[in-house]
Ligand binder design. Structure first.
Ligand code: DLL
Length: 435
């Protein structure tokens, strides 16, 4: 089902016209309502009237996460607080969080964006959708909740954690759609099996997974374990939360709500726009947001845009699964590699479980990488020869595919940390004392 056919199947020409009109409006709006933007425009001698065509967007200075932090909590809001009806925040690893605010119209837009991605994944008003994202300052819980309700699905606001209870709801309420991070979906399947329940025997049909990436290989694993279609969606607090884009059942990339969020790909270093089809950092501009509009927000997420037609009939531009964030790219002895690429290699091996952790260490002046991987069946750990052979094979494959030399350490099943939200795959132990 296409939730908003008129918009989602619009011709390119009409979409570009709509985008230009909305871009011009939002630029005026930002300039008039947010002193931060006025100062940025004035600094480069840019006036809202200078935005005459879509490519003029390149004249607008970027906005970064740091800008939001510097204006903590509300200085980038474009409306008085009495018009803000909800706030959310993303907790960074350091310092103050980024705070965003939604007007009533913003909540409508957000619900629309999420309803579109849920419909694209095959969800209908017949479905029972269990939201296992946290309901709190994180945008995952409320965002999916609003969108699924707009679509008419029955929402179970289970929130994050308490896995046994999640499974009880899934059994008793006959949940057909699971909403969570992909790593939690995997963890939940494990708990399900531990409880003696075959995950495939439940009523689950569709997974709406996001908030973190998962490789194609991990997607297949989740699909195999649950017997479902695993779809991915993407977004971030600064732009709206979930709802920027999502996969349809053809899984040819995530369809972007282009009438709401204008996507660009730039080269992170030169900061110049790249043509469609080239890999780079995604930059997003909100086209209709009232509470906290964002002009050219640098997501740091690396992807590729694709404007080839999709069989589903939607004409929207799609984005490839995120390759990684420009700030989590690892440089191992000069070779650039994203954790997701390591995941893809690991997932090719049968005897290991889809749970791993990447440890970055330093030996003298040299950075080294160690990958801890769980074996599927602990028996192999009793056979030194088999264990050594498997470690060797994985190391060899990583070297061949990614040109990096990693130490592989196979560990007992279920010994690596599981999380109910976003997983932490990389542990940076460099510059820390090692014993
Ligand atoms: O994670 C919003 C969200 C919630 C999206 C639930 C989808 C589902 P933040 O906490 O602000 O917001 O984190 C945003 O998470 O810049 C990406 O680096 C990463 N991320 C989100 N979705 C994906 C995805 C929410 N599908 C940051 N693939 C983003 C890869 C993702 N990374």
């Amino acid at each position: 089902m296409i939730f908003n056919k008129e918009i989602e199947c619009m011709s390119r020409k009409n979409m570009e016209q709509l985008q230009l009109k909305r871009l011009q409006n939002i630029v005026y709006y930002c300039y008039e309502k947010v002193p931060f933007y006025k100062a940025k425009f004035d600094a480069v001698n840019l006036k809202p009237k200078d935005i005459k065509e879509l490519k003029d967007i390149e004249k607008i200075p970027f906005t970064t996460k740091e800008d939001l932090r510097d204006n903590y909590p509300f200085d980038m809001f474009a409306v008085p607080m009495k018009e803000i009806v909800e706030t959310h925040a993303s907790s960074g690893t350091t310092g103050k969080p980024v705070v965003v605010g939604y007007t009533k119209n913003d909540l409508e837009t957000w619900s629309e964006a999420v309803a579109r991605l849920a419909a694209a994944a095959g969800v209908t008003s017949e479905d029972v959708a269990q939201v296992a994202f946290g309901y709190g300052m994180f945008t995952g819980g409320f965002g999916l909740h609003y969108g699924l309700q707009k679509l008419g699905a029955t929402v179970i606001p289970a929130s994050a954690g308490n896995s046994e209870r999640q499974l009880m709801y899934m059994q008793d309420f006959k949940t057909t759609v699971l909403i969570s991070t992909p790593s939690y979906a995997l963890y939940l399947s494990e708990i399900c099996e531990d409880m003696g329940i075959d995950p495939k025997s439940l009523s689950l049909k569709i997974g709406l997974f996001g908030g973190e990436g998962h490789s194609d290989e991990l997607t297949k694993e989740v699909e195999k374990r649950w017997g479902i279609i695993d779809t991915e969606n993407y977004g971030m607090t600064e732009i709206t939360g979930p709802g920027v884009s999502g996969e349809c059942t053809h899984k040819t990339g995530m369809h972007i709500c282009e009438d709401l969020f204008y996507p660009e790909i730039i080269d992170s270093t030169t900061e110049k726009q790249l043509p469609i089809g080239e890999k780079g950092e995604m930059v997003l501009t909100t086209l209709v947001k009232e509470g906290i509009p964002m002009l050219r927000f640098r997501t740091k997420d690396i992807t590729i845009l694709d404007d080839k037609p999709c069989q589903c009939g939607r004409t929207s531009i799609r984005m490839h699964k995120i390759f990684g964030r420009s700030d989590d790219m690892l440089i191992i002895k000069g070779v650039n590699v994203f954790p997701s690429q390591i995941e893809s290699v690991l997932m090719k091996f049968d005897k290991i479980a889809p749970h791993y952790q990447i440890l970055l260490k330093s030996h003298g002046f040299m950075d080294t990488i160690e990958v801890l991987v769980e074996v599927e069946n602990g028996d192999i750990l009793d056979s030194y020869r088999k264990l050594e052979q498997l470690e060797k094979d994985i190391r060899h494959e990583i070297r061949t595919v990614l040109q990096i030399d990693a130490t592989i350490k196979l560990v007992e099943p279920k010994t690596l940390e599981r999380t109910e939200g976003k997983s932490k795959r990389v542990v940076d132990m460099r510059n820390k004392k090692q014993y």
